[in-house]
Design a protein around this ligand. Structure first.
Ligand SMILES: Nc1nc2c(ncn2[C@@H]2O[C@H](COP(=O)(O)OP(=O)(O)O)[C@@H](O)[C@H]2O)c(=O)[nH]1
Ligand SMILES: Nc1ncnc2c1ncn2[C@@H]1O[C@H](COP(=O)(O)OP(=O)(O)O)[C@@H](O)[C@H]1O
Length: 198
């Protein structure tokens, strides 16, 4: 029956409307996401839960939902997270329900998450398209992470050590964008987000 098979196809394909953006700390992921937020409201940006403290520039509910360790434990126990990971001493996770609701409604969704989370999404949402954001060079990555000035030196060092492992995982991704120009990457990412729709 054509109508029934059409419905089945649509529900099976919803994860194809999902794009995952990953890359080492300091490469410019938040900057690109901010550009998409400002210029492309047609893309829905998932707002993650985190146990990390807010930076002075951050607003609860915009960049993240800032939460406690206890509440994060509860969300895991209740199956409310699509994926989650520990990163540099804090935990981060994607609330499942808002993502599923947008995908089902046909809205493109962008997740900005770390490598461990991206690997979980690859398993649970097999249609998702995975984009790796790479730095122009290692030295530039160090400069950006240090220059941002949001973390003490010891945290920067820890993030750089993790970054070496993350750079080695680039081949797991469907596409790589090198973050030389913010506007170019924004436009290229949007093209990929819209191209991966079905
Ligand atoms: N697995 C997972 N990682 C996340 C999530 N939200 C953010 N992250 C990642 O956590 C890492 C640290 O994020 P953050 O503390 O904001 O630092 P920044 O990305 O260097 O600005 C980054 O790699 C983010 O992509 C999430 O919901 N799940
Ligand atoms: N294309 C770019 N060229 C130069 N600096 C950049 C570029 N993209 C981001 N930055 C700067 O690099 C630093 C880290 O960017 P951020 O978006 O916080 O990275 P991430 O979210 O990946 O940790 C910030 O100071 C940001 O302004």
């Amino acid at each position: 029956m054509p109508i029934q098979s059409g419905t089945e196809n649509r529900s099976a394909d919803t994860s194809k409307r999902l794009t995952v953006l990953s890359g080492p700390s300091g490469v410019g992921k938040s900057t690109i996401v901010q550009e998409i937020r400002q210029h492309h409201p047609e893309v829905w940006l998932s707002v993650s839960m985190t146990t990390r403290a807010p930076r002075p520039s951050e607003t609860d509910g915009v960049e993240y939902h800032f939460t406690t360790e206890d509440d994060f434990d509860r969300m895991i126990a209740d199956g409310e997270l699509l994926e989650w990971a520990g990163f540099s001493g804090n935990r981060y996770g994607t609330p499942r329900r808002p993502v599923v609701e947008r995908l089902t409604a046909g809205i493109p969704v962008l997740l900005e998450i770390d490598l461990q989370g991206a690997r979980q999404v690859r398993k649970t949402m097999p249609g998702a398209f995975h984009v790796f954001l790479a730095p122009p060079s290692w030295e530039e990555l160090e400069r950006r992470l240090t220059g941002r000035g949001t973390e003490p030196a010891e945290v920067v060092q820890r993030r750089l050590a993790t970054a070496r492992e993350e750079l080695a995982a680039e081949k797991e991704f469907d596409a790589t964008l090198v973050n030389t120009s913010v506007q170019d990457v924004r436009d290229e990412l949007l093209t990929l987000i819209l191209a991966s729709r079905v």
